[in-house]
Design a protein around this ligand. Structure first.
Ligand code: DAH
Length: 339
């Protein structure tokens, strides 16, 4: 019996493999339920008493040797596999990482924000579901004012006092309610109008509103601010202000930039004039200041509002406003390189 165990010990000692399957077969042979060790333990009761001590020592020796062998070989084999898997070919080109792209509306919005931030404007936002007061009445557009028809409005069925804001000018009134002058803020956001959808107009679009209120602000400040903006944004340094009408500004103007007539597209988008309208602007009407509890004798200010889609269409030659909202990946991918 003892001799047999010595033979097994020899076998264990000599066993070597780096193949996980082979190692497992070895484990089953010796350590599993029906393995050699358990068979030997079962023999124990048949061993004569005087041999029991030595027999016991020898099987324990065998058990320890087999267990250590299996664990040691297994670990070595696994590490070996890891090393093979982890072998890197550092000369191979890297896998390209797919990057997303910003939406053109966001690109243009961020550019506008960045330009106005440089001259001390902060960014403010307001709700898209607005009440009549902030969108119309406080902006010098009382009920039955004919200019309300300038913007076809979506009203909320639950409460006709609520509506989807028709312009970001509503953020002006929210901001003046919460802050005292000096005020220098721009408010980007989504606006809604009940209009037929076509290549040129949509029921959802985006605007950026600007508001500047302080002591002694004049029309010259408005002109200079807008000139700075158009130079930075478009690299164009000629603008003109045409008299216009908005209920919330007096005087009011529409702002054109001189785009030029160098290409065929220039002719088309400027209708052959070289001039392009980009925003509405004016001096904040004293009635608006009064509505917001700001004393018009002490403070004056200017405001302006522009459409983001229109500017993005100009800059990127996008022919149809609906493309902004279709989420066609072939369209969006073209803006990958612009941050
Ligand atoms: N709210 C006007 C619109 O949606 C744009 C506008 C014009 C905003 C003149 C202004 C402004 O702040 O002074 O058409």
């Amino acid at each position: 019996m003892i001799k047999q165990i010595e033979k097994y010990l020899e076998e264990v000692k000599n066993f070597n493999s780096n193949d996980l399957k082979e190692i497992d077969a070895f484990r089953i042979k010796f350590i599993s339920k029906k393995g050699i060790l358990n068979q030997l333990f079962a023999e124990f009761k048949n061993v004569p008493n005087e041999e029991k001590k030595l027999f016991g020592q020898k099987i324990n020796e065998l058990k320890q040797a087999a267990t250590e062998k299996v664990n040691g070989l297994k670990e070595a084999a696994e590490n070996n596999n890891d090393e093979q898997a982890g072998e890197l070919d550092l000369t191979r080109p890297g896998y390209p990482t797919e990057i997303g792209s910003r939406h053109p509306i966001s690109i243009v919005k961020n550019q506008i924000i960045e330009i106005f931030k440089r001259i001390g404007f902060n960014v403010s936002e307001g709700p898209e579901i607005e009440d009549d007061w902030h969108n119309f009445t406080a902006l010098n557009l009382p009920e039955y004012h004919p200019a309300r028809d300038m913007q076809d409005t979506f009203f909320l069925q639950q409460n006709p006092d609520w509506l989807l804001r028709t312009h970001t000018s509503s953020v002006q009134t929210r901001y003046m309610e919460a802050h005292q002058p000096p005020i220098r803020t721009i408010s980007p956001g989504r606006v809604y109008r009940n209009e037929d959808i076509s290549a040129r107009s949509h029921c959802i679009f985006h605007q950026v509103e600007g508001l500047y209120i302080d002591k002694g602000v004049s029309f010259a400040d408005l002109k200079q601010t807008l000139l700075f903006f158009t130079k930075e944004m478009f690299g164009k340094s000629k603008i003109r202000l045409r008299p216009s009408y908005f209920p919330f500004t007096e005087p009011s103007a529409e702002v054109d930039i001189y785009w030029g007539l160098e290409t065929e597209t220039d002719y088309r988008i400027t209708k052959g004039t070289g001039w392009l309208e980009i925003m509405g602007a004016g001096m904040v009407d004293p009635n608006v200041l009064k509505n917001m509890n700001i004393d018009p004798e002490e403070y004056t200010g200017f405001a302006f509002g522009m459409g983001i889609e229109r500017i993005a269409m100009l800059l990127y030659q996008i022919p149809d406003i609906r493309m902004f909202y279709e989420n066609d990946i072939r369209f969006l991918k073209q803006f990958e390189s612009i941050v």
